[in-house]
Write a protein that binds this ligand. Structure first.
Ligand SMILES: [Zn+2]
Ligand SMILES: [Zn+2]
Length: 245
C-alpha cells in the first residue's frame, strides 16, 4: 500500500516539491508547515449554473434544493413501506427508486449551483456573478504532534466594484491524522543517510488528506543511528464504492 521507494530526505523533498508543485516546508519546533500553490477553483456545469443564477436568487435555489431532497426522502419512504407490505408490483418500486435517485441528483446539483453562486457573489456591492478568482491560491498545511490542519486561501475580485476578498476554508478536503505503522513494517527500510536497515522509527502520526478520489499519506521518520529525518509521501486512489457497500 505504501510506496517505500519514494523516500527522500527533507532537503530533497523540498527541492523536488519546489520544482514540481511549488510546495515548501518549514519546521518550527515540533510543527511542520507546508505551503503550496493550488489550482483555481473549477466549476462543473458552468453554463447551466449561470443560467439558473441569472433567473433565481439565493433563497429560491435553497428552497428548490431542499424541496428535491424532501421529494427523495418521501418517495423512498413510500417505496420502502410498499416493499414491506407487498403492495403493488415490481414496477412500482422500480419507479420509486428511479424517482428518488433523480430527486437526490437534482438536489445535489442545485447545491453545486449554490456554491458557484456564493463564490461569485460580491458582498460589497451585492451583485451576483461578480467575483473572479485572481492571484495565486495557496494551500497551507500545519502538522504538529497532536494536530493536522489544512486551509486553502483564495483571492477573489469583483468585476464591478473592484472589491478584493480573501477567503479561507478547508473546502471539500478531508484531513486527519492517521495511525502509525506497526514496527514490523519499518524493518526493511533503509536509512538514506547511513544506509543502515531497520533503524528508522516513525516520529509522529501521519498526515492524511483526501482530495476527490485521491488519498495522500505523509509519514515522518527518524533514523535512530544517525538522527537523519525523512518525510515520505504516498498516493493512492480511493475506491468510493468500497465505502458505500
Ligand atoms: Zn462588487
Ligand atoms: Zn541513518
Amino acid at each position: 500500500m505504501y510506496n517505500q521507494s519514494e523516500f527522500g530526505n527533507l532537503e530533497n523533498y523540498l527541492l523536488e516539491k519546489k520544482l514540481c508543485k511549488k510546495t515548501s516546508c518549514e519546521q518550527v519546533l515540533n510543527t511542520y508547515i507546508f505551503t503550496g500553490a493550488v489550482e483555481y477553483k473549477k466549476h462543473r456545469f458552468k453554463k447551466v449554473s449561470l443560467f439558473l443564477i441569472n433567473i433565481f436568487d439565493e433563497k429560491a435555489l435553497e428552497i428548490m434544493s431542499k424541496m428535491f431532497f424532501l421529494f427523495c426522502v418521501i418517495i423512498s419512504l413510500i417505496t420502502i413501506v410498499n416493499i414491506l407490505s407487498n403492495g403493488y408490483g415490481d414496477w412500482f418500486y422500480i419507479t420509486g427508486i428511479v424517482f428518488s435517485v433523480i430527486s437526490l441528483i437534482i438536489s445535489l446539483f442545485i447545491q453545486n449551483v449554490l456554491e458557484y453562486y456564493h463564490d461569485t457573489f460580491c458582498k460589497k456591492c451585492g451583485k451576483k456573478l461578480a467575483c473572479e478568482e485572481t492571484g495565486e491560491p495557496v494551500m497551507k498545511e500545519t502538522s504538529s504532534y497532536g494536530e493536522y490542519t489544512l486551509i486553502v486561501t483564495r483571492h477573489w475580485k469583483c468585476r464591478y466594484c473592484g472589491n478584493a476578498d480573501i477567503r479561507e476554508s478547508q473546502e471539500n478536503i478531508f484531513a486527519e491524522q492517521g495511525e502509525m505503522l506497526p514496527e514490523v513494517s519499518l524493518k526493511n527500510i533503509e536509512c538514506n543517510k547511513c544506509s543502515e536497515t531497520g533503524t528508522l522509527v516513525e516520529i509522529k502520526k501521519p498526515d492524511i488528506k483526501e482530495i476527490g478520489r485521491q488519498r495522500l499519506t505523509r509519514r515522518y521518520y527518524k533514523c535512530t543511528v544517525c538522527g537523519h529525518e525523512e518525510i515520505n509521501e504516498s498516493e493512492e486512489i480511493i475506491n468510493r464504492r468500497k465505502h458505500i457497500g
